[in-house]
Design a protein around this ligand. Structure first.
Ligand SMILES: [Zn+2]
Length: 239
């Protein structure tokens, strides 16, 4: 019986190793549930608190807005360094919109951010799974859900657009935010975009993996709103 259990544990470990390799972490021995432990990858940059991680991200955005980007960690040396392993300090769930690539707007480089981008920044099971991996296994200390001004996916949902293919699945995921923000004072689209960030952050926080990390003070989940006109990311108070 014991041997059987051990085999199950080992095979779980191997499958997680496989996933890690597939995502790009070469060296990793992770355990599931009570068994989580990873050997130290090359970069120890995420040995910081969730608050410090958020501060680091927001300082990067300030440099971007102030036109003072340092473009750190984007050279060949960094490429070689992170080829050995990754320890991103932040994870991001952002819209696929071409106008706000996370590494640029937060002035970060290779190995710094674990980024999931999908139209309407919706927390689907696949996105949630990816972000559980980025936080639990890779150790990102802050997870930011970012929506943006004039988001086309949110706008299409408000307008009840008839869309082809699989696009409708995105609108379905956004719809509750459009409903909940209806009738609020101010700009209809902006309110819905912000409500959508709050909704998707809530879905992420409902993950047992993510909520446990929050409880243990190993992770902070916040919502952000990107202003396409100024480049500024503001943290949403109610997220
Ligand atoms: Zn968008």
């Amino acid at each position: 019986m014991k041997d059987n259990n051990r085999q199950v544990n080992l095979s779980r470990r191997n499958s997680l190793k496989f996933v890690a390799g597939a995502i790009g972490t070469g060296i990793l021995a992770a355990r599931v549930g009570a068994d989580v432990a990873a050997p130290a990858p090359a970069i120890a940059q995420n040995d910081i608190t969730p608050d410090a991680a958020l501060k680091k991200l927001m300082e990067g955005n300030k440099r971007f807005v102030d036109r003072k980007r340092q473009s750190l960690n984007q050279d060949l040396g960094r490429l070689t360094e992170v080829a050995k392993g990754q320890k991103p300090f932040a994870a991001v769930l952002g819209c696929a919109d071409s106008r706000f690539p996370s590494e640029i707007i937060f002035d970060q480089g290779l190995g710094d951010l674990f980024v999931c981008r999908v139209a309407g920044n919706v927390a689907t099971p696949e996105e949630i799974g990816s972000l559980e991996f980025g936080t639990l296994v890779l150790g990102a200390k802050v997870l930011v859900v970012i929506g943006h001004k004039r988001c086309g996916a949110v706008d299409a949902t408000i307008k009840g657009a008839q869309v082809p293919g699989q696009i409708g699945s995105l609108l379905d995921a956004i719809r509750p935010a459009v409903e909940s923000s209806k009738g609020q004072p101010g700009d209809r689209l902006e309110n819905a975009c912000k409500a959508n960030v709050v909704l998707q952050a809530k879905r992420l926080k409902a993950s047992p993996v993510i909520s446990k990390l929050i409880e243990e003070n190993k992770l902070k989940v916040v919502g952000g709103y990107y202003d396409l006109d100024t480049g500024t990311v503001s943290i949403l108070a109610d997220s």
